[in-house]
Design a protein around this ligand. Structure first.
Ligand code: 13P
Length: 244
């Protein structure tokens, strides 16, 4: 049983339409009846749903975030892009930056750094994703890879209170695989050693079946959840089990 302040962040990725917002009702009701004041729930839907979701959650303590932003701090001729100011304007409080799905599509550490700076400047909090590939893990380079991602991603940034680190091993995303408990504990510890007040979340195949194992790793400050967060029952189950 944990008494810690825990984050449960739903990353809907490129899933969901207006009818998906109906599922929020269940989670909101659960949160209201749960006595846990130490639970922070954040939904990161596709950008098209940020506004209607924020409206729907106006009276709720659940907050809304975005999944990415353009690095440009002001408006500009960037067809198809959305900047952090625009996200803030429609109700986002957070933004995920550096997700491995975007890194794999060509997002560099330098670009990630610019995006984080722009998000902080616009008043958003940042969910900064880092993680190693399976090949890097096999070569025992995890620590080195994560240190580099943090160093470059947070270059010339010291507003750490507005940043949550999400450790998401690339090989565990959507695969059903999770790191061994002792390895995960050590990795989280080594991230926290870089800055003692970093909040570090874990992401990658978190589900109602493996949450009992994950929750026993006591240096984790919460979870970034993909697939399982689209089903309100699974999402609630994960939160409930974390505290039981
Ligand atoms: P899954 O939970 O579907 O593995 O996704 C994790 C993730 O990428 C969250 O950002």
């Amino acid at each position: 049983m944990t008494n810690k302040y825990m984050y449960f962040i739903a990353n809907w990725k490129m899933f969901g339409g207006l009818n998906s917002l109906n599922s929020l009702h269940k989670v909101n009701k659960f949160l209201k009846t749960s006595k846990k004041k130490s639970t922070k729930i954040i939904y990161c839907p596709p950008s098209t749903l940020i506004r209607p979701m924020s409206k729907k959650l106006k009276k709720s303590s659940i907050e809304v975030g975005a999944q990415n932003c353009h690095e440009h701090e002001t408006y500009g001729a960037f067809t198809g892009s959305i900047n952090s100011l625009m996200l803030k304007n429609v109700g986002a409080k957070y933004v995920i930056i550096g997700h491995s799905e975007n890194r794999q599509a060509g997002e560099t550490d330098k670009l990630i750094n610019l995006k984080i700076k722009s998000a902080l400047k616009s008043g958003l909090k940042v969910i900064f994703c880092i993680g190693e590939t399976f090949k890097q893990k096999r070569k025992r380079r995890t620590k080195q890879v994560l240190n580099k991602q943090i160093k470059l991603g947070l270059n010339k940034i010291n507003n750490y209170k507005k940043i949550l680190i999400a450790y998401e091993p690339v090989w565990s995303i959507g695969t059903g695989l999770i790191p061994k408990s002792n390895e995960l504990f050590q990795t989280i510890n080594s991230i926290k050693k870089i800055k003692r007040n970093f909040k570090v979340l874990y992401g990658g195949s978190v589900n109602p079946k493996n949450i009992n194992e994950l929750k026993s790793i006591n240096n984790i400050d919460g979870f970034l959840i993909g697939g399982a967060s689209q089903d309100p029952n699974k999402f609630i189950d994960i939160i409930k089990k974390t505290y039981n």
